[in-house]
Design a protein around this ligand. Sequence first.
Ligand code: NAD
Ligand code: GLY
Length: 364
Amino acid sequence: MSDPIHIPLNLAGGRRSDIHIGDGILGRLPERLAATGGLRKRAALVSDTNVWPLHGERVAETLREAGYEVVPISVPAGEESKSMERATDICRQMLRAGLDRQSFLIALGGGVVGDLAGFAAAIFQRGIPCVQIPTTIVAQVDSSVGGKTGVNTPEGKNLLGAFHQPRLVVADVATLQTLPDREYNEGFAEVIKHAAIRDAALLERIETRGKSRENLVPLIARNVAIKAAVVEEDERETTGIRALLNFGHTIGHGIENAAGYGRLLHGEAISLGLVAAARLSVEFSTLPEADAHRIIAALEAFDLPTRLDASSDREAILKALLRDKKFEEGKVRFVLLRALGDAFVSEDVDLPAIHEAVQTLFGP
Ligand code: NAD
Ligand code: GLY
């Protein structure tokens, strides 16, 4: 079994997020909370209807045994829970349970719970500390790190939100054992994205390891290190560096929105976005075609979609793309690869090229 790995994420003004990755480390959560400092012993524990019975009871018990008052809150599993109404409901449950500004919130679950509960923590009494316990690959390698929280509206994904850095992130790979294969595989879209934008050697590692669920600690830690380094450089996405993490997401979010929540998992929509972005990188930059094929083959190895279903609504995808927040003032800022591991923001990709890339996803 791998030793736990600690990755500190240092931010301006002496702020810090402590990220711990390990196998079977949730039992030591009280110790980690105590070491974090500034957290009183009263917390909301927010989870979803799938994760609560698998891991929630145990985490609540561990905390209660250590003297914590725990207010459990469960939301329906699935992307539809990422709504303003649900965030308000979490806050109201916390108020009714008597939690106040001295309390903190723990988000236990995948990216949906992390984004939603993190947002509730950001707005509850103008902000209380948040601890993330991610239980999916997406959440461990991506959404729990970096402080982006938020909810969706009918107009698009993540359009309401706040930056709210977690004080502590505890990623226990043991929780991933209960992930169904489809949810396990979807997480690799974000892993392959990290490899594509920052670390060609990571792609090789994924290609060699295949779908192995063994010894995930170093793999998750490498991804966290990549994301943490980007966030340290550009916490608020103002210099263009953090925007590189959006590789594959412009078209991916369009597809996710158009499909309607529930049809495609987040990672599955991102997989299609990565295919399109890899092809555009060949067309508008210097990515060798063979490397675009490597990205596509890696996605296929995780059973991720690389072609749009014939029943997908092309017009709805294009409409959703136009509404996307990255198309500010009609200007398209699109993340491309110069080479594997080397991403940049381009302004050369025009809307007709994006439309063409979506069309190509339907196949010949
Ligand atoms: P999710 O949270 O919906 O989890 C996927 C499914 O797995 C759900 O049904 C969930 O109940 C279940 N699940 C979670 N953990 C489990 C476990 N250990 N065992 C069994 N089942 C489990 O989806 P996700 O893919 O984790 O996250 C997607 C969301 O994350 C999207 O809303 C996306 O926008 C967001 N996201 C945010 C960021 C960010 O920076 N904030 C980054 C990437 C993705
Ligand atoms: N997932 C994109 C970001 O955190 O910036």
